[in-house]
Design a protein around this ligand. Structure first.
Ligand code: C5P
Length: 475
């Protein structure tokens, strides 16, 4: 991977040169990103880097790229230089049609639509160097490489790049740890003293949160019957004969002996198995590398990188992306309090959503896919997180691809998730969703394991049938 990595660094340095020129010419820059944790991390890194350079810029998050296109048609996009983060690689032609006369930098890790790069455009994408954008590096990692090329001192953002990669579930390639370019960024964060890593059970807050609270806050993987249920977690731990307190002090996961940890691990597996869930596949997701941000206060939700990613998702998926962007850029104080409150509300909301859409009548099984019908009950911005939760919970048959959807007006937001074994058998959800959505008048794209689309509501049935057929033929 060294040679592709060197080429990626070279490409990131070139992207940084374009941004530097825009800053030196005092051009107004517009940062445009998507609304998830990786996007907000990427944008936060770039916001922080531009602040440090005293650049003139605006930053905004969009639910869909069409929102920006619509505003451009109304003459509302006035910047001279547009930097797309975590969005854009699938829409180079459309971006060129609208913004062809401006400086455009695309920093994205999704499968590119084509290898052609229009004049005046700079397109940073790991697929050009033969690196997989679903597992090797995410948009925040790319934004970090560009930011480091802008200024060495921007190493301070290395933990945020890790947060984004984890938010993008790039640690799910067999074992729960980051690899490739992501691992190089982790190495740098650790060397700089900004991050600690440990191999352990992946409970949110292993070193600082009471054991039952840590287990209940763990949502990656989602543990049906335990996630969000402190009472159930407390009972389980007590029934395993593990002390929750030492004197007056709550015990944390890091205090447990190896024997106690293995008792806890086996207890969780038995609990899930007793509910008829495929406990062994969830169990694999429970062990791996824990990433802690050394400089964050342990009483915040920012200390554990996976939880930090959840906080950013909570901001982005409730219409408060700017709060997440600012926290990722380094703002704390009142804004952090607001972000933490958003996360608490989001957890409650997601628990309700899970109850709603995991009812048998909300699921339809087709030949190769399971469809989760969110209808009007689910906020379309939250379909994507729900799809990720359900796919990590073992609640749907392992051999089927998951498709979740919700309506917004006369459109449908779709999220699709496959397993690694589907991908090994040839599935590429990004290309399926891009082609099928395109054929029914919508847009779609993404990675081989995770993809999304937006389609007209009256085409939903046709869309689902065609996705089912294509999944079958790719398998
Ligand atoms: O929306 P969701 O998170 O389910 O999408 C999965 C992946 O596909 C994300 O990385 C998202 O950015 C990408 N995607 C895309 N084009 C779309 C919708 C989603 O590239 N139209």
């Amino acid at each position: 991977m060294n040679e592709p990595y060197e080429r990626l660094l070279y490409s990131a340095a070139n992207a940084a040169e374009v941004i530097k020129e825009c800053i030196e010419q005092d051009s107004l820059l517009l940062l445009v990103c998507h609304n998830d944790a990786d996007a907000l991390s990427a944008c936060g890194i770039m916001v922080g880097s531009l602040w440090r350079k005293d650049a003139r810029f605006l930053a905004r998050s969009v639910n869909r790229i069409d929102e920006l296109f619509r505003q451009a048609e109304e003459g509302l996009v006035g910047a001279d230089c547009i930097v797309f983060l975590d969005i854009g690689s699938g829409y180079v032609k459309e971006i060129h049609n609208r913004f062809g006369e401006r400086r455009v930098v695309i920093i994205d890790h999704h499968q590119p639509q084509s290898l052609d790069v229009p004049k005046g455009f700079f397109h940073l994408n790991p697929h050009f160097q033969g690196l997989d954008g679903a597992t090797q590096v995410s948009a925040s990692g790319l934004a970090y490489l560009v930011s480091r090329a802008l200024d060495e001192e921007n190493y301070v953002y290395s933990p945020i790049a890790v947060v984004g990669a984890l938010g993008d579930l790039q640690d799910k390639d067999g074992q729960r740890r980051l690899r490739g370019v992501n691992a190089k960024i982790v190495e740098e964060a650790v060397e700089r003293g900004l991050m600690h890593t440990t191999e352990d059970l992946i409970l949110f807050g292993r070193s600082f949160r009471p054991l039952h609270v840590a287990l209940a806050s763990t949502s990656s993987p989602f543990l049906p019957g335990l996630t969000g249920r402190e009472d159930a977690c407390y009972s389980l731990i007590a029934s395993l004969g593990i002390k929750v307190k030492e004197g007056d002090a709550w015990r944390v996961l890091a205090d447990l002996t190896e024997e106690e940890k293995s008792r806890l691990y086996n207890g969780i597996i038995s609990f899930l198995a007793s509910k008829g869930l495929p406990a062994s596949s969830i169990a694999r997701e429970l062990i791996g590398t824990v990433y802690e941000l050394a400089e964050e206060d342990r009483w915040t939700y920012l200390r554990d990188a996976r939880e930090f990613a959840w906080l950013l998702n909570a901001c982005g998926k409730t219409g408060n992306a700017w709060v997440g962007m600012a926290v990722a850029a380094g703002v704390r104080g009142g804004l952090l309090e607001e972000a933490q409150k958003l996360l608490e509300d989001y957890r409650v909301q997601m628990a309700k959503n899970m109850e709603l859409i995991t009812r048998p009548d909300a699921m339809t099984s087709m030949e190769h896919i399971v469809v989760i019908n969110g209808g009007d009950l689910i906020d379309e911005r939250q379909v994507s997180s729900l799809a990720s939760l359900i796919s990590s919970s073992g609640m749907i048959p392992q051999d089927k691809v998951l498709i979740a959807w919700a309506r917004h007006g006369d459109r449908i937001k779709v999220s699709a998730r496959a397993s690694r074994s589907h991908v090994e058998r040839g599935i590429n959800l990004g290309s399926i969703l891009s082609e099928v959505a395109g054929s029914v008048g919508g847009r779609g794209g993404g990675h081989n394991v995770a993809a999304g689309a937006d389609v007209p509501a009256d085409a939903l049935e046709l869309f689902l049938k065609e996705v089912d057929r294509r999944v079958g033929s790719q398998l």
